[in-house]
Design a protein around this ligand. Structure first.
Ligand code: ZN
Length: 303
């Protein structure tokens, strides 16, 4: 009887960790050239459905707000195990930038989603955190174009703008580092839902491991999709995936976001490493069902 009770208690714990055992994380949104109001609930679901996280959201003032509107926006970053950015917009106030920098440098976790790597082209510390980014005037002066060539990281210092993508399409994500906690045990190649395949990303590209790539139709290179970085004592998980809700509603996106966020928060993936039975294969996308979604429609391919 006692053993049964114990087994039952253990089972309950396994199925749903009590809130106190979950990692409290914060999504920051509010400005983006993407539909952040539609995609933040998907990110929230992706994280919470793992059972490993409780998620809060902090929304900045909208674009072109008077300076006054920003004075109350100052998230208490240190209350969270990781900060997830779904933000691409105006510079944050100096004090917020300073506290975010101190938070990550001091050991906090940061997760950059898709166009979050377009943000803050002139914020040097932020570009160190994300390693590489695109658009916003980024070019060779921002740092090398980073890609994987012959199985090795290649830093291309030739001239050119940072950031490019072709038409959206499904594409194969290829794991480059099978030993990292974020990618360990995942199929080596899997088909990702329709998305933009970012290429020519540029930046300081220091302290970065490229975990997964996809071959760009524009450049022919293995462009980074998933990256793990260190910044001071902090860890950064950078995914270039996630243009729209239908790009995020992909079991591969869900799983790598869960693992990447846990890794950024703790340095490991104890709570999120179980491989879901419906993980995509090389041949087939695996769509996550979320009531009311997708709300966005992928553009028809250009003829
Ligand atoms: Zn996009």
């Amino acid at each position: 009887m006692r053993h049964t009770l114990l087994a039952l208690a253990t089972l309950t714990l396994t199925l749903s960790a009590p809130a106190a055992d979950k990692l409290k994380v914060l999504i920051v949104d509010g400005q983006n050239n993407h539909k952040w109001d539609i995609t933040t609930p998907v990110l929230k679901d992706a994280l919470e459905s793992s059972g490993a996280f409780t998620v809060e959201v902090s929304t900045t003032p909208p674009k072109n707000s008077p300076a006054d509107a920003w004075k109350d926006w100052h998230p208490a970053f240190s209350n969270y195990a990781a900060i997830i950015s779904n933000y691409n917009g105006e510079p944050w106030p100096v004090a917020v930038r300073g506290s975010f920098d101190n938070y990550v440098k001091g050991g906090g976790g940061f997760v950059s989603i898709h166009a979050a790597n377009n943000s803050f082209p002139d914020w040097a510390e932020y570009n160190q955190m994300i390693g590489v980014g695109g658009w916003g005037g980024r070019n060779e002066t921002s740092g090398p174009w980073l890609y994987v060539k012959d199985g090795k990281l290649f830093r291309d210092t030739s001239k050119g703008n940072g950031g490019a993508h072709g038409a959206q399409h499904e594409f194969i994500v290829e794991i480059q580092n099978t030993a990292h906690p974020v990618t360990r045990g995942l199929p080596k190649r899997w088909m990702h839902a329709k998305d933009e395949l970012y290429s020519r990303l540029r930046g300081p590209a220091e302290n970065v491991e490229v975990l997964a790539t996809a071959t760009s139709d524009l450049t022919g290179q293995n462009e980074p999709n998933l990256m793990a970085l260190s910044y001071g004592k902090g860890r950064v998980f950078h995914t270039t995936l996630g243009h729209a809700d239908y790009s995020m509603l992909d079991r591969g996106f869900y799983e790598t976001l869960q693992r990447g966020t846990e890794w950024a928060a703790t340095g490991d993936t104890r709570a999120t490493a179980d491989l879901p039975a419906d993980f995509p294969t090389e041949a087939k996308v695996s769509v996550v069902q979320l009531p009311g979604y997708p709300k966005q429609t992928a553009p028809a391919p250009k003829k």
